[in-house]
Design a protein around this ligand. Structure first.
Ligand SMILES: *Cc1c(COP(=O)(O)O)cnc(C)c1O
Length: 429
């Protein structure tokens, strides 16, 4: 599929008059259309709910859009819980799917009335000592081990993942939780990440539904919901076929009718905790070509770096790049597109065929809407960029300002570096 941008060169030229590059830009229209399609795909299940994985794009303005469609928040840390609470997402609208959890996090999750999803059997005692009781509604994270395969393709290796309880442990955990007063149970698993196939959720559903039937039979608990978690991916590469969320919803419905309904479990609610699928394609990183270098290779240096989007450096991930205004120009040049970190892996693209790039061109780095800004960091003293929302009416809203040097120095309480700089902020353009 041809990869299209949701912003034009003309729009970028208008935006940079107020907000200099680099910045992350999000597409309100795309976010809304996608969440509507997701809800429709699972409308066959009356209890269906999406808990947006906050870690993917922890911006309250964007999460508020999803909230309009009834989405809750999937949190995994203290500050993610605070963020959700701040926008009025609390109680059972929060799924707390953490691991290696500090005590304070459980305390806050309980105070907000979140559904707690336990990653480990030892967390039962730990939770009870932290909050003084076991909640009536509780969930456990399952890890079936081994390899997770679709036909002969290995999708991922749960046996090598740190998450979840083994098959024996989860039975034991349900029994203990029941004896301690839990009444409503949830079952959760995340077995493969960024899957670009309509088969992942239905395959995962089969594993979880069959396990749920066994758990009900062996422990007599009432299973209220099954949480398919995240993992539905997006086509980062032009040659990938996008997932069809309708086919995915329909695939899960079939397995539900085959496995849960005959077991008398037709009241189970389906939950999801999608992150990437909800926001990934609806965000891009806009950056400017500021330098070209001809040595053993051809380099274009841009004003963004891996601190703004670390996936290429960290995973060697492909992110499509469009040169704004040169959408139809022939890709007859080969470049490495680099950031300015003192790290040779700070490259947004390696040996990428692109149109001829001139200094001052704007590059649009696609699919940065999830696990993009949120994975940002401050290495080399780099400052986080602004986040902007391209609204449905074409206007642009600043939804997080860019960091300034005083933000960077704010945590040195014993020096006054930050104070000295106030009033003399470095301009980023
Ligand atoms: C990261 C994460 C998600 C979201 O994953 P995506 O790949 O962004 O869909 C959901 N649930 C949990 C527990 C996670 O850790």
């Amino acid at each position: 599929m041809e990869k299209k941008t949701f912003v034009t060169k003309e729009q970028i030229e208008e935006i940079v008059k107020t907000y200099p590059t680099p910045f992350h830009l999000y597409d309100e229209k795309g976010i809304r259309e996608n969440v509507k399609a997701l809800k429709e795909a699972f409308s066959w299940n009356p209890g269906y709910k999406e808990y947006f994985a906050v870690k993917a794009t922890p911006n309250p303005f964007l999460i508020q859009i999803l909230k309009e469609y009834g989405c809750g928040c999937d949190c995994s840390s203290y500050t993610e819980l605070m963020l959700s609470d701040a926008i009025g997402v609390n109680g059972e609208n929060i799924m707390f799917s953490s691991n290696d959890t500090p005590k304070e996090d459980f305390v806050l999750a309980d105070k907000l009335g979140a559904i707690i999803n336990l990653d480990d059997i030892t967390h039962i005692e730990f939770l009870e000592s932290a909050i003084g009781h076991i909640p009536e509604t509780i969930s456990c994270r399952y890890n079936p081990g081994g390899l997770f395969k679709i036909s002969n393709d290995i999708m991922d290796n749960p046996g090598d993942a740190k998450y979840g309880m083994t098959t024996e442990q989860i039975v034991e955990a349900y029994k203990i939780l029941k004896s301690k007063g839990a009444k409503e149970f949830g079952l959760h698993a995340f077995l493969a990440s960024n899957t670009v196939t309509n088969d992942y959720y239905p395959m995962l559903a089969k594993v979880l539904f069959e396990q749920a039937v066994k758990l009900k039979e062996e422990t007599g608990v009432h299973i209220k919901f099954i949480n398919l978690s995240g993992g539905v991916g997006i086509p980062y590469r032009p040659d990938q076929e996008p997932n069809d969320i309708r086919a995915i919803g329909e695939g899960v419905r079939k397995v539900y009718e085959e496995v849960l309904v005959p077991a008398g479990m037709g009241d189970v609610a389906i939950y999801t905790e999608l992150g990437r699928f909800m926001m990934g394609p609806y965000g891009c990183l806009v950056t400017k070509a500021i330098h070209e270098k001809h040595t053993y290779k051809e380099y274009i240096g841009v004003d963004a770096c891996a601190a703004n989007l670390m996936r290429p450096a960290m995973y060697g991930a492909y992110h499509h790049i469009t040169v704004a205004g040169k959408e139809n120009a022939p890709c007859d040049h080969v470049y490495d597109i680099t950031g300015s970190l003192c790290e040779n892996n700070d490259k947004f693209a390696i040996d990428r065929k692109l149109p001829k790039i001139d200094i001052g061109d704007y590059l649009i780095i696609h699919d940065a809407g999830a696990h993009g800004f949120s994975m940002g960091y401050n290495y080399n003293g780099k400052l986080r960029s602004a986040e902007l929302l391209l609204k449905e009416d074409g206007s642009v809203q600043l939804i997080r300002r860019a960091e300034t040097p005083s933000d960077y120095f704010a945590t040195f309480d014993c020096f006054d570096i930050g104070k000295k700089l106030i009033g003399k902020e470095k301009k980023t353009d």
